[in-house]
Design a protein around this ligand. Sequence first.
Ligand SMILES: [Fe+2]
Ligand SMILES: [Fe+2]
Length: 148
Amino acid sequence: MNFVEWTADMSVGSDTLDGHHQMIIDCLNALHPMLETDAPEAKVLAVMAKLEDFVLVHFSDEERDMKQAGYPDWRAHKELHDQMYDVVFSLKSDIERGEKVDAQRLFELIQNWLVTHILGEDRKYVPFLTSHTAKPVGQWKRSNGRDV
Ligand SMILES: [Fe+2]
Ligand SMILES: [Fe+2]
């Protein structure tokens, strides 16, 4: 069973950004059971690398859409993105250097993302995005193999 399921009430009103959030949630669901077990570092690293790729594209697209939609707090929102990216990058770098996976930091990342950010901060820009037309994500695939 997944740690969290994406549901329609998590929608931010953009198919593209919703698709990104679903892919990020897929990564977090893949990471979650690794906290409880002695998962091989290579497995954790593979998910972290995918997560890093997803968030780089997602944050960039979301920031562009917020600005285009006239969301007034986009700078503060970008600051949160930068902080989360730093966490992903440093966790991934730790693993690449051969350090033991910091399960507590991974779990805090998951909680921060799901509870505070996607369900809290991201939903604040929804009213501004109503007239926004999102770009297709084309080459992206969900980690379970489904097309987005
Ligand atoms: Fe965001
Ligand atoms: Fe987001």
